[in-house]
Design a binder for this molecule. Structure first.
Ligand SMILES: *Cc1c(COP(=O)(O)O)cnc(C)c1O
Length: 393
């Protein structure tokens, strides 16, 4: 039986097989195929000696059968020894800072990090007197020169979820480890399927399950993965200090999505590449930001460190006033306009108003649009883009 912290991946069978079978212990399912949705604050115990048993299920905030089943599946996906749940992807990004950053100290943050992660660093960590240096996500081994005696956390997102730079993950992890800095990577783009940062040396890998893992655009959830027992203890203590909690219904929804994640990722990858390649040849497109394309600056690192690509990428339009960009977005019929990604539905957003860079500006010679390719037929999506791009002129 797995510990409450999730179990080490069995490594038996392919990922689809393992994800189909994770969290199916009878204790979690009561004989059903799925775990029970155990809605519980109080969990009553059989005898007084069990009230304070380490690792026992004693109170809803510490998790129930539903959370346990989800964590088992998530550990299989990420290939991690341990995982902790968070009520959102953003909380999963924040908790490692709260666990390892030191008041009055210093952290390193990739310049392409998710905007709300930056907001936390700039506001809350700043209020603690913790200084942040934003670094060029393509800095690689050069990161060593930015590590200070008081640096405690290195955080990077790869590829950046709006600008799609690929970080040299092993180089960053190695430099951090050599200096005793806790390294954290936001692995949301890959869904945890196509990139295994813990195997590349990262201490912590974070996943916004809200996106690909859930896949349904109907739940907010996050996971924090690690192979290290001591890192895990510190994360668990921080979560307990915060009183952070995940609703069992959300855990159930994410687990239901996780079962089909490996299969969905294959389709997201295939469809997105088809759409991206078509866009590359379109006269209204200056650049396609997609690391699996041979022409992308991050392609070599992606090829070395990833086993596939997801459905999320960027396009740089030819120069156009905001009114024309809006006309293009408004003309889309199959792409909905909305934040997030990883669901079955294709989405588009205009990124420029959200871009915050202080270390190095990305090369964006025109308006930046982000597309999330869902599970529709890519030929239909291409036809939709074709008619909408006409609205740019
Ligand atoms: C969406 C996202 C998050 C935050 O996830 P929420 O569940 O929306 O809080 C964090 N990192 C990345 C890269 C994301 O795309």
């Amino acid at each position: 039986m797995a510990s409450r912290g999730g179990k080490r991946t069995t490594g038996k069978g392919s990922l689809s097989t393992r994800v189909s079978h994770a969290g199916r212990d009878r204790k979690l399912t009561l004989g059903g195929v799925n775990p029970v949705i155990q809605r519980a604050s109080t969990v009553v115990v059989e005898s007084a000696s069990k009230l304070f048993e380490p690792g026992g299920w004693t109170y809803g905030r510490h998790g129930t059968a539903t959370h346990e089943a989800l964590k088992e599946a998530l550990c299989e996906i990420e290939g991690s020894a341990h995982c902790a749940l968070a009520p959102s992807g953003l909380m999963a990004c924040i908790i490692p800072f709260l666990a390892f950053a030191k008041p009055g100290g210093h952290v390193l943050v990739g310049d392409n990090a998710y905007g709300p992660t930056r907001r936390f660093v700039d506001r809350m960590l700043h209020r603690w007197g913790c200084e942040a240096t934003y670094f060029d996500p393509e800095i690689g081994a050069g990161i060593a020169s930015l590590i200070r005696a008081d640096t405690s956390v290195l955080f990077v997102e790869s590829p950046g979820s709006m600008t799609f730079e690929v970080a040299d993950a092993p180089a960053l992890a190695l430099a951090a480890r050599a200096a005793g800095v806790t390294s954290v990577i936001d692995n949301t783009w890959s869904g945890g399927v196509f990139h295994k940062p813990l195997a590349l040396g990262f201490d912590i890998s974070v996943q916004a399950n809200t996106k690909y893992v859930s896949g349904g655009a109907d739940a907010l959830n996050g996971a924090i993965h690690t192979d290290s027992e001591t890192v895990f203890e510190q994360l668990k203590d921080t979560i307990a200090d915060l009183g952070s909690n995940v609703a069992p219904d959300d855990a159930y929804a994410v687990l239901r999505g996780a079962r089909s994640l490996p299969l969905r990722m294959v389709q997201h990858e295939k469809a997105a590449l088809e759409v991206a390649r078509w866009l590359q040849g379109h006269p209204s497109i200056q650049r396609v930001l997609h690391p699996a394309l041979e022409t992308d600056p991050g392609h070599a690192l992606w090829k070395r460190d990833f086993t596939g690509s997801s459905g999320l990428f960027g396009i740089v339009l030819t120069k156009a006033p905001t009114g024309r960009v809006h006309a293009f977005l408004d003309a889309l019929q199959l792409f909905s306009l909305g934040f997030s990604y990883g669901g079955f539905e294709s989405l588009a957003i205009h990124c420029d108003p959200q871009l915050k860079r202080t270390a190095r500006k990305p090369h964006l010679p025109g308006p930046l649009i982000r597309l999330s390719i869902g599970l529709e037929d890519p030929a239909d999506l291409i036809a939709d883009l074709e008619q909408a791009l006409a609205a740019l002129d």
